[in-house]
Design a protein around this ligand. Sequence first.
Ligand SMILES: [Zn+2]
Length: 70
Amino acid sequence: MLPTHDVDCRYCGEFVFTSLSVDDELPAEGPTFPKVRSDKEGDYLLCPHCGHRMAMKRITTDKGVVFRTA
Ligand SMILES: [Zn+2]
């Protein structure tokens, strides 16, 4: 069984995405996840509840490209 867990917004505490690992990782190709955007400051998610910016770090692993909460 995968060690999934929910990752909450640090600002409002609402659920943002389900991570498939213990490290708050988000697969780059996950179709049902919130879309990771990027701008000159880097990659980020917007909380669907409050719009808070969550910085994400792009990491290449042996499972493919994932994003991890920064
Ligand atoms: Zn929020």
